[in-house]
Design a protein around this ligand. Structure first.
Ligand code: ZN
Length: 325
């Protein structure tokens, strides 16, 4: 645990020092650091892919490793930008804002052809246009006034849990399951890292566990559904497994969540393609410090991270025992 907390700290500081460096360079620095840590812990086959994904593998204990089931551990190393839309009190309206903006675009397209016909339609079209401009203004505000956030909770906490679990496994491999570590970039830019990985190889039959924002003091949530406008159900076998662990280990404060805070997760493109995935995220209606300058190491809840880490270890052991088959 001490080693792991030190690790989160290193990770955070790297992210904090990134304001003047282009995002891609920053991500590569962090990728190099994470890759080194994984190698030091004894994870095999560690490399950084052309998509900037840190990849590593912990084989199972069976002779023919190519035939064993695979669990993919995902976390994202990129951070985001702050802005008015992430202000406390406003952030919970974000899904509504996105839905409303989508609605306005549609309405605009429907009304525009009739604007010349009636004054009332013209007035309505003007109001819709005004709404769209305000909506774009919020986006622009974030680009102009927002700052790159440190990302201790989002998502150094997830990287930390994934690296800690991988190091534990490298010391004591699972019986009949291989674990692949995937630390992605560009999650905040539309889960591009996860998409690239999904499209680059056959992951049929793999199970993915994604750790995102696990540094909060709240419940360790397993997300039964994800997405804002498009929704995807998490894998039923993984959800049932998490449900059983939640009952057996009340001390971990694990709970299901059907309306997660945040937008899409790295598990979303996998679920969208029919794959098996589940995201773990500490949240009770909101994600602490999400995309804000206060997302620093000092605000990471150690007990929350510990519970997420133990929940991950329990999930692994259960999946290795065939619980999610
Ligand atoms: Zn995140």
């Amino acid at each position: 645990m001490g080693r792991f907390l030190r690790y989160v700290k290193i990770d955070t500081q790297s992210a904090e020092g990134q304001t003047t460096i282009p995002s891609t360079k920053k991500q590569l620095d962090l990728a190099n650091l994470l890759a080194k840590e994984l190698k030091d812990f004894g994870v095999q086959d560690v490399r950084i892919s052309e998509f900037g994904i840190v990849y590593g593998m912990v084989p199972g204990n069976l002779a023919d490793n190519s035939k064993v089931p695979t669990i993919g551990f995902i976390a994202h190393m990129d951070t985001s930008r702050s802005g008015l839309i992430f202000a406390p009190g406003l952030v919970r309206f974000m899904p509504a804002w996105i839905a409303a903006s989508g609605g306005l675009v549609l309405l605009q397209a429907l009304l525009e052809p009739f604007a010349s016909v009636s004054r009332r339609v013209r007035g309505l079209a003007g109001a819709v246009r005004g709404g769209l401009v305000a909506s774009l203004g919020l986006l622009a505000e974030r680009e102009i006034r927002g700052a790159d956030v440190p990302g201790a909770n989002d998502n150094a906490s997830g990287c930390g849990v994934v690296v800690a679990l991988a190091s534990k496994l490298a010391a004591e491999p699972l019986g009949s399951t291989r674990v692949v570590v995937l630390i992605t970039g560009c999650e905040e830019a539309g889960t591009l890292g996860a998409r690239a990985f999904r499209d680059s190889r056959d992951t049929g039959g793999w199970m993915f566990l994604n750790f995102d924002n696990v540094g909060g003091p709240g419940s360790v949530r397993f997300l039964r559904r994800e997405g804002v406008i498009d929704k995807w159900d998490a894998d039923p076998g993984l959800v049932a497994t998490a449900d059983r662990i939640a009952t057996a280990r009340p001390d971990l404060r694990m709970k299901p969540e059907d309306h997660p805070a945040g937008l899409t997760y790295d598990s979303s493109p996998i679920l969208a393609a029919g794959g098996r995935a589940l995201t773990i995220s500490n949240q009770d209606g909101f994600i602490p410090d999400l995309h804000r300058a206060s997302d620093v190491f000092a605000n990471v809840d150690r007990d929350g991270v510990r519970r997420a880490l133990e929940a991950g270890a329990e999930l692994l052991a259960a999946i290795d025992g065939g619980a999610a088959d």
